[in-house]
Design a binder for this molecule. Structure first.
Ligand SMILES: Cc1cc2nc3c(=O)[nH]c(=O)nc-3n(C[C@H](O)[C@H](O)[C@H](O)COP(=O)(O)OP(=O)(O)OC[C@H]3O[C@@H](n4cnc5c(N)ncnc54)[C@H](O)[C@@H]3O)c2cc1C
Length: 348
């Protein structure tokens, strides 16, 4: 499936009308945290009792926040068979150890003279001469524009944003643009599917839906599902906020899924990819006649949610990096969500 090309081009976004050239950063925050200590402790736990006490002692010393991964590799090679899972866990922990910094940043930007946009749209933010498109993560009912940005290693703009962006800085904002927007309210339930910061435009849509009472049509309440995937728990943007929203609204179901978190903590949530996780929450009838590539995931769900999904009666909004979003939208169609009710946007 082809992701709409206009959504992958920074150049195109730069041609958007000027919303303002004097927007001011009101607030910058970081989500996620440095988990190096946790990782080191977990590595020591995994090795304890396997006859590697000397190694454990070394990583446990308060000053020895320094794991020698090469040595660890050779140590595992010397052991006899059966280490596949241990090896996978340690490789994942190494990846997290290497990436000690927080990966998510939120910024609120005040735009002089107001602005208008539709939930799901994006604008181009230009900071220190580098422009990039970002989805607006806040509802249009709010006074400031909020963004949620993932740090890309060596990325031109994100390196500056994570290093320098501060309250009071001036940025240029162009737009809004994009046709990844909500359908008119109907009796359909809604499923929002995202990986990482792909949740930004979905957050705007979800908040707006509840603020405007669009979750109720003709006296009937619709179910809203959010399936949000990331590698680690702290890479799930706004996870506390979505949990609170689910507490407030019986018809909002938050289903976070983390592929590696169980290697580090006692995570008991979903661990499969977003599109595989969705399959577990299908209504009985919908789950009986699934294609071979999907049926293996129709397993027991990790979360205790009473509601179930009927694909034919669903509208789907999917967002994330291009390769991932194609898979999400493709699975929705394969499950029977009508083509005209599958909206998606890819981050190039
Ligand atoms: C419509 C639209 C909306 C977007 N909204 C958001 C948003 O809300 N939040 C957000 O964080 N990003 C969003 N992006 C992506 C954003 O525009 C930038 O591409 C991203 O922040 C990287 O910019 P950079 O200058 O740091 O990296 P660059 O120097 O431009 O790129 C470095 C390399 O990283 C790759 N790359 C780009 N984005 C990612 C990514 N997310 N993950 C992994 N690799 C990547 C690029 O393909 C390139 O190879 C959106 C993109 C589009 C097209």
């Amino acid at each position: 499936m082809k992701v709409p090309p206009q959504h992958s081009q920074h150049e195109r976004a730069e041609e958007l009308p000027l919303m303002t050239d004097s927007a001011t950063v009101a607030d910058v925050g970081h989500m996620g945290h440095n988990r190096t200590e946790e990782v080191v402790e977990r590595v020591a736990d995994l090795l304890r009792g396997r006859g590697h006490d000397e190694w454990v002692e070394r990583v446990e010393r308060p000053t020895a926040n320094d794991v020698d991964w090469d040595e660890l590799d050779s140590l595992l090679e010397d052991e006899e068979g059966g280490h596949e899972r241990l090896y996978t866990m340690l490789s994942s922990l190494k990846a997290r150890y290497d990436r000690a910094y927080p990966t998510l940043l939120t910024a609120r930007i005040d735009v002089e003279n107001g602005f208008g946009f539709t939930p799901g749209q994006y604008v181009t933010v230009r900071y220190r001469r580098t422009p990039r498109p970002y989805s607006v993560a806040s509802s249009p009912n709010k006074d400031a524009l909020e963004f949620c940005v993932r740090r890309v290693p060596q990325g031109r703009l994100t390196t500056k944003l994570f290093g320098d962006l501060s309250t009071g800085d001036e940025v240029t904002v162009r737009g809004p643009n994009g046709d990844f927007v909500l359908e008119e309210p109907s009796g359909r339930d809604m499923a929002f599917l995202a990986t990482g910061t792909g949740v930004a435009p979905l957050r705007s849509m979800i908040r707006y839906t509840f603020e405007e009472g669009r979750d109720e049509v003709g006296g009937d309440r619709r179910d809203l599902w959010l399936f949000l995937g990331a590698t680690w728990k702290d890479d799930l943007p706004y996870r506390e906020e979505f949990r609170e929203l689910a507490d407030e609204h019986d018809n909002f179901h938050f289903v976070p899924t983390c592929s590696r978190e169980e290697y580090l903590t006692d995570w008991e949530g979903e661990t499969d990819y977003v599109q595989q996780t969705l399959v577990k929450y299908l209504a009985g009838d919908a789950a009986t006649d699934l294609p071979d590539e999907i049926i293996e995931f129709a397993d027991d769900p990790a979360y205790d949610i009473d509601a179930r999904i009927v694909p034919e009666e669903l509208e789907v909004y999917a967002c994330g990096v291009n390769a991932m979003v194609s898979r999400l939208a493709g699975t929705a169609r394969t499950l029977g969500v009508p083509n005209e009710h599958v909206q998606y946007e890819g981050y190039g």
